[in-house]
Design a protein around this ligand. Structure first.
Ligand SMILES: Cc1ncc(COP(=O)(O)O)c(C=O)c1O
Length: 458
């Protein structure tokens, strides 16, 4: 068999085993290392042998985030067309940096952008920068924001950097994801620029709190960061109210919509993110709720000029310009894979109705899973899902928190896979449902596994 045939056969074997194999990894670090050489051999190996060796080594350490009963972190599954297209992207090995290096990648990226904005009901004039994930989408959106607010203050940040620049403040929902802080570090603003705000509803920024923060230093270049779908409670900010307030004060509004943005595609749930299209930039992921394979984020920016000012680059050896957008003018990378193609495939596979159904279905399953778990002995609901996220705490008969032990026992059973969190000083099991394959039967089976774990541990 050729190396490629072996790789495809191994991948297929893994996918076919997903409904039967334990949902979590089956081995240890030592098991993974056991079949690999300790140092680089002088002589190279046969390509087929290399692929077999890597497949053998990885096997005990493979986590099944593509499984229908994987509810840890926020890991989406991969839709068949998106997955198969991702394989093609690897096989074609196009460099999606310029229209000249790959007309196919550049033109299809424009189509993916158009269909994505349409699916989410976002203004068609917004620009989409396809990145590696929401982390880099934050860096991209916030770099455009940095350009915009400093240009208004008469400062050319691309030429002069931040030394001596007017100080930017970033007013942000206190429940923001850590990737926002890291993006601020990456773009040189640092985390001391943050002004966290809370509000009367836990997880949401309040109107009075935003107004007070804006009024504290009215002339300062300001970025406001809001949430679509906080990862513990699933709370989204009131965009329709907060964004116009911030923009009237001259601020750029950036939204973390890693998975919450996708609520906009569901007529039943879109109310939770009403007004998100007013944002100046939104960071999101394909590899979470759109169910593309990994390595797929998107920074969606209203001000194409600000995005291009922060990203654009020219060099005499590049062939730029023409009737197709050069991706490098809107992305932080130079050479890059054609990662927008799985987005296009997922959108075409689902269609508008299929996407709406995927989002609503995951939310229904999250609610059923939460309610099933919260009804078990010793369980307390910490957050009943309003979208696809929730939290449940487990206590033993002495009132001691056994949430981590319950998570460990469920994971060890191989029936399902969860992760935990600390909420208000207490450990809790987190629920996240974002896989197209999850069914009602998977929820029943998972609750049964949890019931068995709780019965043993209490
Ligand atoms: C709310 C939120 N924002 C941002 C991120 C970072 O996304 P990525 O891992 O795609 O970089 C995550 C990841 O879980 C998230 O949950």
């Amino acid at each position: 068999m050729s190396p490629l045939d072996i790789a495809i056969a191994e991948g297929r074997r893994f996918l076919d085993s997903l409904s039967n194999r334990p949902v979590g990894p089956t081995g240890t670090r030592a098991d993974i290392l056991a079949s690999l050489p300790a140092s680089l051999p002088h002589q190279g190996l046969e390509p087929a042998e290399v692929v077999r060796m890597i497949a053998r080594a990885a096997e005990p350490g493979l986590n099944c985030n593509s499984s229908a009963r994987f509810f840890a972190w926020v890991n989406g599954g991969a839709l068949p067309a998106a997955q198969a297209t991702d394989v093609l992207v690897s096989l074609w090995d196009q460099n999606a940096v310029l229209a000249a290096t790959s007309p196919a990648a550049a033109v299809l990226e424009e189509v993916a952008e158009r269909l994505l904005l349409d699916a989410l009901g976002l203004p068609p004039e917004m620009s989409v920068s396809f990145t590696t994930g929401c982390q880099m989408s934050h860096a991209t959106g916030l770099a455009a924001a940095r350009h915009h607010v400093l240009a208004k203050a008469g400062w050319d940040v691309e030429a002069d950097g931040l030394c001596g620049a007017p100080r930017i403040r970033v007013i942000a929902n206190a429940h923001r994801h850590g990737s926002v802080d890291r993006a601020l570090r990456l773009i040189g603003l640092g985390t001391n620029c943050l002004v966290p705000i809370t509000g009367p509803t836990v997880g949401r920024a309040g109107v009075d709190e935003l107004n007070a923060a804006l009024a504290a230093n009215p002339g300062a270049p300001t970025i406001v960061v809001l949430n679509a779908g906080d990862l513990n409670l699933g709370q989204s900010d009131d965009f329709a109210t907060l964004i116009p307030i911030a923009q009237a004060a001259g601020a750029w509004v950036h939204v973390d919509g890693a998975f919450g943005l996708w609520l906009a595609a569901s007529p039943r749930l879109a109310d939770q993110v009403a007004g998100i299209g007013l944002a100046d930039s939104i960071a999101s992921d394909g590899h979470k709720w759109l169910n593309t394979p990994y390595d797929c984020g998107m920074a969606i920016v209203r001000h194409g000029a600000a995005l291009q000012a922060s990203m654009r680059l020219t060099a005499s050896y590049l062939s730029q310009g023409g009737d197709t957008r050069d991706p490098m003018n809107v992305t932080p990378e130079w050479s890059r894979r054609a990662r927008s193609l799985p987005v296009l495939a997922a959108l075409l596979e689902l269609g508008r109705d299929g996407l709406a159904d995927l989002i609503a279905r995951c939310c229904d399953h999250a609610l059923a899973l939460h309610d099933g778990l919260a009804a078990l002995p010793g369980a307390t609901s910490i957050a009943r899902p309003i979208m696809n996220q929730g939290m449940v705490r487990f206590d033993d008969t002495h009132g001691r928190n056994i949430s981590d032990a319950v998570i460990g026992a469920i994971n060890a059973s191989g029936e399902a896979f969860f992760s935990g969190t600390t909420w208000a000083g207490e450990r809790a099991l987190r629920i996240s449902v974002c896989n197209w394959q999850t069914s009602a039967a998977d929820i029943t089976r998972t609750v049964a596994a949890a019931a068995a774990a709780v019965a043993r541990l209490r």
